[in-house]
Design a protein around this ligand. Structure first.
Ligand code: ADP
Length: 439
């Protein structure tokens, strides 16, 4: 750059020197110098106006104009730059087209949303499944086009790690699974796929489980009924058969519990959550669980209750009873008589927790993540002896999910376990507020 300036200045000095010399020869050095300088200024002005006209031209693709002198070099450099830009732009256009073609070929709907939830782009399937059409709907707010109240609620909760299911606005017989993922500067991508077949199969599986369980219930009731009668009349039966009789009765009871749990789980999967109007008084529930547990335990047990009475719990009383009682009875079943059990209800920064804490033997860490799987047991023999079904914690997990919460388990071998049910703020009702409303 410095070299160029130097050579331009040298050229200018040379031109002026020659002009001066020629001017001196003919006797008009000043006049000739002024004339040459004027000619140079006019030439620059002409080139400048050409350059401005080119820059302002509507067609940005036109090559730069012909120039002379230093302007020619500049126009040449601009031309090279323009060519390089055109190549780069074509490369970008090709990649955008490639991206659009591949997304358009997808059978799933893809919608790209800006940080204000306006539609930036969508593929062809977005029209087929959601009625959102490119480019007609670009710039529209997504919630103006998909207005189902449940969908609006889902968006406002922003719990996008979970899928959401809606009937297709274009065809209510089609069930769609929606998934959001966040990227960039709070932009979102919405994916919608047709899961009608998967959901139908799932429903068939649930119906089958439900039917089988109900069908098994009747014969099992008859069998256990006869077994009870035989046990009542054991004096009439050969003593060698007593053990077999007792085992049959115990296994019969176990099968009954299994069927009851399977039917309950299947209900939890298929029936929407029914929230009781009156919030649950957690102290009352904890006290009744304490009474029942003491009755069930064959030995003396120490069950303590620590409850924050300021907060009540909103949800299905029946389901919450089922979840908490599973945890309390597990604590009785899997810990020795001397191990203390504590039921704790407390407010936290994010909501509230109901904890069943025991000072039992604890659970080895490798089992913790699998405890809520159906039929998962830490130790088969112990669980079978305890009459457990392996479904209790799966039921608790499901109930917690239905209430917008989750179950977390922690345990230290030799010290005990804590089963903590976390509830979000939206599930809490303040006692103060309820009393104010009532008065
Ligand atoms: P089950 O019907 O067998 O009790 P659950 O799903 O309720 O099934 O529990 C799964 C397993 O977790 C149990 O088999 C038991 O091994 C273990 N478990 C549950 N609660 C406790 C506890 N408080 N202490 C130790 N182990 C426990």
């Amino acid at each position: 750059m410095k070299d160029r300036l130097q050579s331009d200045l040298l050229k200018l000095a040379g031109t002026l020197a020659i002009t001066w010399a020629v001017g001196s020869l003919v006797g008009y050095p000043y006049q000739l110098l002024t004339l040459v300088l004027l000619a140079m200024v006019v030439r620059h002005l002409r080139q400048r106006s050409k350059a401005l006209a080119w820059m302002g031209s509507e067609d940005g693709g036109l090559p730069p104009p012909e120039g002379d002198g230093t302007w020619a070099e500049m126009f040449d450099a601009l031309y090279e730059l323009q060519k390089a830009n055109a190549v780069e732009r074509q490369r970008l256009v090709n990649s955008i087209e490639y991206f659009e073609r591949s997304f358009s070929a997808m059978p799933d709907a893809v919608i790209i949303l800006d940080s204000e939830w306006r539609i930036d782009w969508c593929n062809r399937a977005a029209n087929q499944w959601l009625g959102i059409q490119a480019p007609r709907d670009f710039g529209q707010y997504l919630l103006n086009l998909l207005r189902q109240p449940a969908f609006v609620r889902y968006i406002s909760q922003r719990k996008f790690d979970e899928s959401y299911f809606i009937p297709s606005p274009r065809n209510p017989a089609v069930e769609l699974e929606l998934r959001f993922s966040r990227f960039g500067n709070n932009e979102h991508m919405l994916f919608a796929r047709d899961v009608t077949k998967v959901r139908q199969l799932d429903q068939m599986r649930r119906d089958f489980t439900d039917n089988v369980s109900h069908e098994l219930r009747t014969p099992l009731t008859v069998i256990t009924g006869y077994l009870e009668t035989l046990q009542d009349q054991r004096g009439l039966i050969d003593a060698r058969l007593h053990r077999a009789l007792d085992q049959m009765a115990a296994q019969g009871e176990r099968m009954k519990s299994l069927i009851t749990d399977i039917i309950w789980l299947s209900r939890l999967e298929s029936v929407p959550l029914d929230i009781d109007e009156i919030p649950l008084n957690v102290r009352e529930l904890a006290e009744s669980l304490q009474r029942e547990a003491l009755e069930v335990a064959n030995e003396q047990r120490d069950i303590a209750i620590v409850v924050d009475d300021d907060w009540l719990l909103q949800g299905s009383h029946k389901e919450l009873y089922s979840a908490f009682s599973n945890l309390v009875f597990n604590a009785i079943k899997y810990t020795p008589a001397e191990a203390k059990i504590t039921l704790i209800w407390q407010k936290t920064n994010f909501g509230a927790t109901f904890t069943v804490k025991d000072a039992g033997p604890g659970i080895p860490p490798e089992h913790l993540s699998r405890l809520t799987e159906r039929f998962y047991r830490v130790e088969n023999s112990r669980a079978t002896a305890s009459g457990g079904t392996g479904l209790g914690l799966a039921i608790v997990k499901h109930i917690m999910q239905r209430h917008g919460g989750e179950l977390r388990v922690s345990s230290i071998l030799g010290l005990g376990s804590s089963f903590v049910c976390h509830f979000p703020n939206s599930r809490l009702a303040s006692l103060d507020k309820l009393q104010q409303d009532a008065s």
